[in-house]
Design a protein. Structure first.
Length: 402
């Protein structure tokens, strides 16, 4: 099979896996919830943004630039109307009492919680139960985010001021919205999920989402301008349904980018794992114990990345399940750095005990990646009892490879 064919099959499997995850994770429903909560949180978010910027004279000029930039580039067709309404709401919200302001500010936290929950579901992980970590992450997004973006806008102003060529300015103006969206999505995919994400995968998902976001924005503008049915039906209120539709579409794109990032983090769709059979689980477990035994003899541990690299032919969900089984039955454990080490003495466990505890199937033929266990299987399928009573220590010594 040549490289082009492999790439085509991998791409087909990848697209199928993305579609399956998008459907099974009910991503569209999560986007609906986020569109609603985002609508509620716009006023408090803008209030926080303006308050933060007004407290820092350095960013006072960048504040207006940031507002104009957001509504001109990220809210197509209805941006100016929404901006005028929001600024009026913000002025009223800033005059509320502290108690009322906190009640309004909770809607921002609600949006962050909904987004975190949706992304953790996409990445097959649970939200953190540590309240302090949640609060710090939410606070960082709601305060530091505007500061970083504002700093970027101030820097862009300097670039515009000193850029000699008009073409350079034009390129910056054209690509700045895409770049800003890509950076924002990259940080969301990298920080919000409660697990470690490879930056390369987060970058690919962010670039895809940013490009789709820009294409959707242009398509939405074209649709609204060429089919003005909403204005005819809703009149002056047409801004509300249009804005809600755009928010729903935007969150679908953001979560789709997250789904792509999560799919890249897995290996279930890759050709190299398609040949794996579940009847090889016993051999996989034996080989893991063999690797940890060799590491323990050298006074070392084995990292999760080393395990993943060695068993790249095993689907990641299958590998995680077997590693979890070994931990549950106290064959292995994890240290404070997340590395694996042997917990059970292999001299005290027989092949029969391991086989019986896990309810494993014993294959007749070992896969090519575990072919060094074929003599073990041949011995098992011979009419002899000796193998079942051998210790794991003996088996590992006879069949392990470095």
């Amino acid at each position: 099979m040549n490289r082009v064919t492999k790439f085509g099959l991998n791409f087909k499997n990848f697209a199928t896996e993305v579609a399956r995850r998008y459907r099974d994770d009910e991503t569209s429903q999560a986007a609906s919830s986020l569109a609603y909560t985002a609508l509620l949180s716009l006023v408090p978010f803008m209030s926080v943004l303006i308050t933060v910027f007004s407290a820092m004279p350095l960013f006072e000029e960048a504040s207006q630039q940031l507002q104009d930039f957001i509504f001109q580039n990220f809210v197509p067709t209805t941006g100016e109307v929404v901006q005028s309404y929001l600024l009026g709401f913000v002025e009223k919200a800033r005059g509320l009492t502290v108690t009322m302001f906190l009640a309004v500010f909770i809607t921002s936290l609600l949006m962050m919680h909904t987004m975190e929950k949706a992304l953790n579901r996409i990445f097959d992980t649970r939200s953190t139960t540590r309240f302090t970590r949640k609060l710090m992450m939410y606070w960082a997004v709601l305060t530091m985010g505007p500061l970083l973006v504002g700093g970027g806008m101030a820097l862009s102003s300097l670039v515009f001021e000193y850029a000699a060529l008009a073409s350079v300015k034009g390129l910056l103006v054209e690509f700045l919205p895409v770049l800003s969206a890509a950076v924002a999505f990259f940080l969301i995919y990298l920080v919000v999920p409660n697990r470690k994400i490879k930056w390369k995968h987060a970058m690919i998902g962010a670039l895809f989402a940013a490009i789709c976001f820009e294409l959707a924005k242009q398509g939405f503008k074209l649709y609204v301008s060429s089919i003005p049915s909403y204005q005819q039906v809703y009149g002056a209120l047409a801004t509300v349904p249009l804005f809600l539709i755009w928010m729903f579409l935007s969150w679908n794109i953001i979560l789709l980018g997250g789904t792509i990032t999560a799919t890249l983090e897995t290996s279930r769709w890759r050709l190299r794992v398609q040949q794996y059979q579940t009847d090889q689980r016993l051999l996989l477990v034996l080989d893991v114990l063999s690797q940890l035994k060799q590491a323990s003899q050298q006074g070392q541990t084995v990292s999760h990345q080393a395990i993943s690299d060695r068993y790249s032919f095993v689907p990641d969900d299958e590998l995680s399940a077997q590693m979890a089984w070994l931990q549950t039955h106290q064959y292995i454990t994890v240290d404070h750095q997340g590395d694996y080490l042997l917990q059970h003495d292999t001299q005290t466990v027989t092949f029969r005990q391991l086989y019986g505890t896990g309810g494993f199937k014993i294959p007749v033929q070992a896969s090519q990646h575990l072919a060094h266990y074929q003599p073990l299987l041949d011995r098992y399928w011979q009419p002899a009892e000796g193998l079942l009573n051998e210790t794991l220590e003996q088996i590992i010594a006879d069949h392990s490879i470095t």
